[in-house]
Write a protein that binds this ligand. Structure first.
Ligand code: AMP
Ligand code: MG
Length: 418
């Protein structure tokens, strides 16, 4: 488990910007040290624990990039076309031990090894065969054309994958291209998740007239799994301080992170705060972010706890900016800053300076074909439909006080958030 000090999340200022929150998490949360070996086929989404130096060059041997005809560079036609007799045939996967003789050309296929002596390949579309059966090559091709030299992609010994890389399909492909079958990965981050609130019923359980079904827990568990975490579902903890305190103590020793939703505002029925304080330490981060509410940052026996707001959209947005960097830091992952893509606003909006706002928006093509963001018509932080019916978040920085149609804004698609 990652052992963090009780004052790990201490922060002096009255309001915390999103960048300050991410910076503080990145510098103060230590990575866990436990590694495990994973099979290549199961490596997607895992965090690589060690650098990987290319054990072979890529491609491993010089080969043809096209189906065509291989020649020696000294036989390349200069000003006029030239007819060469055909001698030899090299297929992909076949041997290339017979050299192309001077003044001859060999039939070759894409991916086949270049025969000794040959330096250039003519595409089959660019040649013709004359009455004598000779291959007529056009002039003008540069030496080395249509050839993929060994190591042109990656040279042997190059550090091709870095420790801390969160593996995506292309990284798995590279490891496979090196012939690796297993990788050293950071063990999955173990996260205990629970919701709090007497007003919640679990889907499948009876719901009283004053209850709603707990949606946040399932949203957060799904987001955590997408980040590669191993999730323990602790259900709903009732608004009862001692029950909460017991629950928290129980999971702190066996998890790397505790994540809660609801009950961290300052109402007297918000018991998570006092429960955490009774078994560990807690600070409330008043983040300059909308939608959002204070986020509770605690340490229980060295284990971090993050208490997200109960409103679903606030929970979603604060997850992205607080939980995501925490999970990445615990896993020793390289930072993955979120990069909003510029596109055109198709809405007007007023906002206060000094805080960052996230506007739920749908993408569409404007009359000129350019991408535009259309704001969801309503703004409540409790509206799940606003997340379901949109494509992502328009990020409006601290200095912005308003948006007019046509203005360029930054857009974060949901798919890029986790
Ligand atoms: P709280 O942060 O506990 O003050 O809750 C704020 C709002 O979010 C209230 O309307 C809660 O009913 C709602 N809420 C809290 N937890 C959840 C949850 N797990 N799923 C859905 N809504 C919730
Ligand atoms: Mg509550």
């Amino acid at each position: 488990m990652a052992q963090l000090s009780d004052d790990c999340f201490a922060f002096g200022g009255p309001m915390m910007s999103v960048d300050e929150a991410v910076g503080l998490i990145t510098t103060r949360v230590n990575a866990i040290a436990d590694l495990e070996t994973v099979m290549l086929a199961d490596a997607d989404g895992r965090v690589l624990a060690r650098d990987i130096a290319a054990p072979v060059p890529l491609p491993p041997f010089t080969n043809s990039a096209v189906d065509g005809y291989a020649v020696r560079n000294t036989d390349l036609p200069q000003a006029e076309e030239r007819a060469l007799p055909l001698d030899g045939r090299i297929q992909a996967g076949g041997p290339a031990n017979v050299a192309v003789k001077p003044g001859h050309t060999a039939r070759i296929f894409t991916g086949a090894p270049m025969p000794p002596g040959a330096g250039t390949v003519f595409m089959q579309e660019d040649v013709r065969i004359d009455e004598a059966g000779k291959i007529v090559l056009p002039p003008g091709l540069k030496p080395g054309a249509n050839v993929r030299p060994a190591g042109e992609d990656i040279s042997e010994g190059h550090i091709a994958l870095r420790a801390g890389q969160r593996l995506r399909p292309q990284h798995v492909a590279l490891a496979a291209a090196f012939g690796l079958t297993r990788l050293d990965a950071v063990r999955r981050i173990r996260v205990a998740v629970f919701s709090t609130g007497d007003e919640l019923a679990s889907p499948g359980a009876p719901r009283s007239a004053s209850q709603l079904f707990d949606s946040n827990r399932f949203m957060l568990m799904a987001m955590l799994r997408r980040l590669g975490c191993e999730v323990s579902d602790l259900g709903i903890l009732r608004d009862d301080r001692s029950l909460l305190a017991d629950g928290l103590k129980r999971v702190a020793g066996t998890h790397d992170l505790i994540l809660t939703t609801g009950g961290v505002s300052t109402g007297e029925e918000d018991h998570v705060k006092s429960a955490v304080e009774s078994v560990g330490s807690l600070v409330l981060w008043r983040m300059a972010i909308k939608p959002g509410r204070p986020v509770a940052m605690g340490i229980i026996g060295g284990t971090p706890l993050i208490g997200l707001p109960g409103n679903p959209v606030a929970s979603f947005v604060t997850f992205v900016h607080v939980v995501r960097p925490t999970v990445l830091a615990l896993a020793g992952s390289l930072p993955e800053p979120l990069t909003p893509m510029p596109l055109r606003a198709a809405f007007s909006y007023k906002k206060k300076a000094g805080r960052r706002e996230y506007v739920r928006a749908t993408l569409r093509r404007g009359d000129d074909g350019a991408l535009e963001a259309v704001k969801f018509p309503r703004e409540g932080a409790g509206l799940l439909s606003s997340l379901v019916e949109t494509d992502g978040l328009v990020e409006l920085g601290e200095n912005i006080t308003g948006v007019e149609p046509g203005q360029s804004v930054g857009f974060l698609p949901y798919a890029g958030l986790i």
